[in-house]
Design a protein around this ligand. Structure first.
Ligand SMILES: [Zn+2]
Length: 269
């Protein structure tokens, strides 16, 4: 996998015959108490020094990824638009900067139904962000959660349930990665011997969760399952020709995993 070009808010990569574009939606700051140790306990004055803070807060990048497989444009996650903090909502601008018309996005698939992953379906002015959308895939376990979001009511007729193993295109397959949310799903992109796993919210705090993958996140719905899933996915990702893309890894959020002596380490591409 190699970088082709980049701008302020996008970075374009080639993975075999596939193009993947990382898109910056923005960032969100969260208190360090969201990071949890065993037993769902927050840190206090014992917060490990390696945890990166910006003015006392954890700063999470919010990224989405566009896959172009034989002309088919598949967007994984949508950003938050204007539904959360004003530090998010850049995604339409990022697409334009990358030279991709929003109308070209015909498939949107979401890793899970939290605000920073689905609310960007509706633009800040209330119109559809992706007017050419023909397929909207939502993890089957979270269909009822999706349907309960008022902002997204207009999509109720069109969303389709997404399950483990579903093929979105010849090179893109859904992989269940439950724990952070009940239907949390990753997307495996494979071409010419290389694999990229777009893993959604497997890691929220890159400065420590690679070294200590047992640490969880307050918003992990099932803390034990999230921990298990993170450890399983990190193990399977630590191999040659395997890359990962994360919603909350520092933009552009694409890199490689290696096994370290006691845990894992991440190198951005
Ligand atoms: Zn998230």
């Amino acid at each position: 996998m190699k970088k082709l070009d980049s701008g302020t808010d996008y970075a374009r990569f080639a993975l075999g015959e596939i193009t993947v574009i990382a898109l910056r939606d923005g960032y969100v700051d969260m208190p360090p108490s969201r990071l949890r140790q065993a037993g769902d306990r927050p840190f206090g004055s014992d917060l490990p020094a390696q945890v990166d803070l910006v003015a006392g807060m954890l700063r999470l990048s919010v990224n989405a990824f566009l896959i172009i497989d034989r002309g088919q444009h598949i967007l994984i996650d949508t950003g938050a638009a204007n539904a959360w903090e004003p530090t998010m909502g850049l995604l339409p601008h990022a697409l334009a900067e990358a030279g991709v018309a929003r109308e070209k996005v015909t498939t949107v698939a979401v890793t899970h139904t939290h605000a920073d992953h689905v609310h960007g379906l509706v633009a800040a002015d209330g119109t559809d962000t992706f007017p050419g959308l023909t397929r909207l895939l939502v993890p089957e376990e979270e269909i009822s959660m999706f349907d309960s979001i008022d902002r997204l009511a207009r999509f109720g007729q069109h969303r389709l349930p997404l399950g483990d193993g579903f093929k979105l295109s010849p090179c893109v397959t859904a992989r269940a990665a439950h724990g952070h949310e009940v239907g949390h799903t990753a997307f495996e992109v494979s071409s010419a011997g290389e694999t990229l796993l777009i893993w959604g919210d497997i890691v929220h705090v890159p400065s420590i969760q690679f070294a200590r993958p047992e640490l969880t996140w307050e918003y992990d719905t099932d803390q034990d399952q999230a921990r298990e899933t993170r450890q399983r996915i990190l193990s399977l990702a630590a191999k040659p020709n395997f890359f990962v893309a994360g919603s909350h890894l520092e933009f552009p959020g694409i890199g490689k995993i290696a096994k370290s002596e006691r845990a894992f380490c991440y190198t951005a591409l």
